[in-house]
Design a protein around this ligand. Structure first.
Ligand code: OSB
Ligand code: MG
Length: 369
C-alpha cells in the first residue's frame, strides 16, 4: 500500500467510571485516532492508546501526536509499503515512542488487510474464532467493595479477574476476594508499586493461588524481578518492562517472569507483538493481551491479535459497555459468557461510526505531505 493521506481525529473521551491504579486515577482522556488512506481510497484505523499523563509510561497523547506529525507520518507517507511487517523497521530511526509508532503501524495493518479482503487475524494466521475475556478492576475503597465488584463481573461471565493492588491495598483485598471466590481465575497487577524491600510482604500473596502477579517492581527493571521470581511461588508477569522482542529474550534468559502481557502499543505495533508471541511460544512462556482503556479501535486490534495460538490466558479486552457510554465502533464490542466472537469482516472487523465519533471529536486534521 501507499499512504496518500493521514487524518488525525483528536477526541476527548470519558470513562463510565474512574479507574484507579497504583499510579493514579483515569477518567477523561484525549485520544488521537489515526486514519490512513491508501491510493485506492481505503481507510485503516489505529489509536494512540494513551492518556494525558506520563504515569504508566513516558508517553502522553500530546507526545504521540507530536511524534506522528514531526517524524513518523513524514517517513511513511507516499512510500511504497509492500507489507505492514515492514513498518516497524521503517520507524526504527526514532528511538522508543512506541505508543505513537503503534498508532500508525496498526492503522496500516488494517488498511492492508482490507485491501487483501481479509481480517487482520486471517492475515497474521490467527486461528481462534472466539477469545476469552477477563476484567481488570481498579483499586477500590475497601476489600468489601472490591468483593461486590468481583461478584458482579464473575456473574457477568468474565473468565479472569485482575485486581489492581498497591501498598496498603493488597493482601487484605486479595484475601477477601479469594475467601469469597475460592475457584476463580484471579491475578493482581501492581503497576510497579513495590521494590525488593517488599519481598517478605509480597510472599504473603503466595497462599492465594494467583495465576500471576503483574509488574510488581520498577517499570524499567528486569534484574530485580528475576530475584523476586526466585523467592515467590506466584508466577511473575511483566507488563511495563517489556518494549521489544529483545527485552523479552533478556527477561526469559534471566528468569524475570513466567508470563508476558503483550500490549500492541507498548511494544510499538503488531509485528513486534507477533515476534514476542512467537519467541514466548518457543520458550514455553504464556502470553495474554493487556489493555490500555482503549476505544473500540484499539480493542478491535487487540481482539484480532488475540486469535494467535499462544494467547492462552484471558486478556483485559472487556466489552465496550465497560468503558464507554457509547463506543465509536459499530457494532459495539460485546461479550457472551466471557467470550468475544472474533468478527469476520475485513481489517479490524468493526466499522467506525461517524456519528458517534463526532460526539467525542475535538478537531480533525488532514496531512498530505
Ligand atoms: O497495567 O494493565 C495495565 C489500564 C491503563 C494502563 C495500564 C493498565 C490498565 C489496565 C486496564 O489494567 C486494562 C483495560 O481494561 O483496558
Ligand atoms: Mg499492567
Amino acid at each position: 500500500v501507499t499512504i496518500k493521506e493521514v487524518k488525525l481525529h483528536h477526541t476527548n473521551v470519558s470513562l463510565i467510571a474512574p479507574f484507579t491504579t497504583s499510579f493514579g486515577t483515569m477518567q477523561n482522556k484525549d485520544v488521537c485516532l489515526v486514519e490512513v488512506i491508501d491510493e485506492s481510497g481505503l481507510s485503516g484505523w489505529g489509536e494512540t492508546a494513551t492518556s494525558n499523563e506520563p504515569y504508566y509510561n513516558e508517553e502522553t497523547t500530546a507526545t504521540t501526536v507530536y511524534m506522528l506529525k514531526e517524524f513518523l507520518i513524514p517517513r511513511l507517507i507516499h512510500r511504497e509499503i509492500g507489507h505492514p511487517g515492514e513498518v516497524h523497521g521503517m520507524l526504527e530511526f526514532v528511538r522508543r515512542n512506541n505508543l505513537a509508532k503503534a498508532a500508525i503501524e496498526t492503522a496500516i495493518w488494517d488498511v492492508f488487510a482490507k485491501k487483501n479482503e481479509q481480517s487482520i487475524a486471517e492475515l497474521i494466521g490467527g486461528e481462534k474464532k472466539e477469545i476469552e475475556v477477563g476484567k481488570s478492576i481498579g483499586i477500590q475503597k475497601d476489600p468489601a467493595t472490591l468483593v461486590e465488584k468481583v461478584r458482579e463481573y464473575v456473574d457477568e461471565g468474565f473468565r479472569k479477574i485482575k485486581v489492581k493492588i498497591k501498598p496498603g491495598a493488597d493482601i487484605d483485598y486479595i484475601a477477601a476476594v479469594r475467601k469469597e471466590f475460592p475457584d476463580i481465575v484471579l491475578m493482581a497487577d501492581a503497576n510497579s508499586a513495590y521494590s525488593l524491600k517488599d519481598i517478605e510482604h509480597l510472599k504473603q500473596l503466595d497462599p492465594y493461588n494467583l495465576i500471576m502477579i503483574e509488574q510488581p517492581l520498577a517499570h524499567d527493571d528486569i534484574i530485580d524481578h528475576a530475584r523476586l521470581q526466585r523467592e515467590l511461588t506466584t508466577p511473575i508477569c511483566l507488563d511495563e518492562s517489556i518494549h521489544s522482542v529483545e527485552d523479552t529474550r533478556k527477561a526469559i534468559e534471566l528468569g524475570s517472569c513466567k508470563i508476558i502481557n503483550i500490549k500492541i502499543g507498548r511494544v510499538g505495533g503488531l509485528s513486534e507483538s507477533i515476534r514476542i508471541h512467537d519467541l514466548c511460544k518457543a520458550n514455553d512462556i504464556a502470553v495474554w493481551c493487556g489493555g490500555m482503556l482503549e476505544t473500540g479501535v484499539g480493542r478491535a486490534h487487540n481482539i484480532q491479535m488475540t486469535t494467535l495460538s499462544n494467547f492462552t490466558i484471558p486478556g483485559d479486552t472487556a466489552p465496550s459497555s465497560h468503558y464507554w457510554e457509547e463506543d465509536i465502533v459499530t457494532p459495539e464490542i460485546i461479550m457472551e459468557n466471557g467470550i468475544i466472537h472474533v468478527p469476520t469482516g475485513f481489517g479490524i472487523g468493526y466499522e467506525i461510526d461517524e456519528e458517534k465519533l463526532r460526539k467525542v471529536l475535538v478537531h480533525r486534521e488532514t496531512i498530505r505531505t
